[in-house]
Ligand binder design. Sequence first.
Ligand SMILES: NC(=O)c1ccc[n+]([C@@H]2O[C@H](COP(=O)([O-])OP(=O)(O)OC[C@H]3O[C@@H](n4cnc5c(N)ncnc54)[C@H](O)[C@@H]3O)[C@@H](O)[C@H]2O)c1
Ligand SMILES: [Zn+2]
Length: 253
Amino acid sequence: MLTGAGVSTESGIPDYRGPETARRARNPIRFAEFVRDEAGRQRYWARSFIGWPRMASARPNPGHEALAALQTRDRLTALVTQNVDRLHRKAGSNDEVELHGALAEVICLACRRLSSRAMLQDRLHALNPGFGDDSVAQAPDGDADLEDVEDFVVARCLHCEGELKPHVVFFGESVPRERVHRAREAVDAADALLVVGSSLVVYSGFRFVKQAARAGIPVAILNLGPTRGDELATLKVEANAGQFLPELVARLS
Ligand SMILES: NC(=O)c1ccc[n+]([C@@H]2O[C@H](COP(=O)([O-])OP(=O)(O)OC[C@H]3O[C@@H](n4cnc5c(N)ncnc54)[C@H](O)[C@@H]3O)[C@@H](O)[C@H]2O)c1
Ligand SMILES: [Zn+2]
C-alpha cells in the first residue's frame, strides 16, 4: 500500500493537488533556501509554530483505521506513505515506511540528533509569548500564512546550538536511500500494489508504481481525480478513501 495526502484530507489536513487545493498557490521552502537563508528559516518556523497545533491534534479517519485493520489481519504486508502527519501510526499501523519523514520529529543540522516537535513547540512558546495569537490561514504541511515574522525567535539545538529542521524531506532533498530500499523490497514481494490518495505527481511515490508495472505486479489506484499512474493501473477507483476503505475491509472479512 502506498498512501498520500488524500488519505488524510478527511482528517482535516489539506492535500496539495486535490480538487479543493488546485487554486491555492503554494510556494514551499526549498532545502537550500532553508539552510542558506536565515530569514527563510525564521519564516518557516514562525508559520510552523502557528500551524503545528492543528497538525498535532488531527485524528486518524476511518480510512487510516481500515488500513491498520488490514495490517492486523495480515492482508496488507507493507505500508509506505508519503505523508508526514503520523496519522497511520495514530491509527495503530506499525512499521510503515515514512518516505518523507514526519513533522513530529526535528533534526539538528549540525549534530543530527532527533528530538520531539511537541517539545520544541513548548520552547517556541516560551521564546515568543503571544506570537500569532490572531493569525488563521492554514497550509498543507502544518504551515500558516502570517506577517510580522521578523520578530520571531527561532530555537536552536539544546545539545550543540545547531540549526533545527523538521525531520521531513524538503523540496530539493532526496528521500534517504534506506527508505527507498525498504519500499522497493516491499513492492517486489507484493502480490499487488494499492495506491490511495496520491496524485503521484511527486516522483518519490510514482517510482514504486513504475516498479510494480514493470514487474507485472497489478496496481490498483483509489483516488479522487486523475493521477500520473492511471495509465499503469489495472484498476482505478474514484471514491473517498475514508468511505471506500472500511467497505473494502468489511468485504474481505
Ligand atoms: N497529510 C500529509 O502529511 C501531507 C499533506 C499535504 C502534502 N504532503 C506532502 O506533499 C506531497 C503530496 O503528494 P501526494 O501525492 O501525497 O498528494 P497530492 O496532494 O499530490 O494528491 C492527493 C490526491 O488525493 C486525492 N484526494 C483528496 N482527498 C481524497 C479522499 N478523501 N479520498 C481519495 N482521494 C482523495 C486528491 O484529489 C489528489 O489527487 C507529498 O510529498 C507529501 O509528503 C503531505
Ligand atoms: Zn545539535
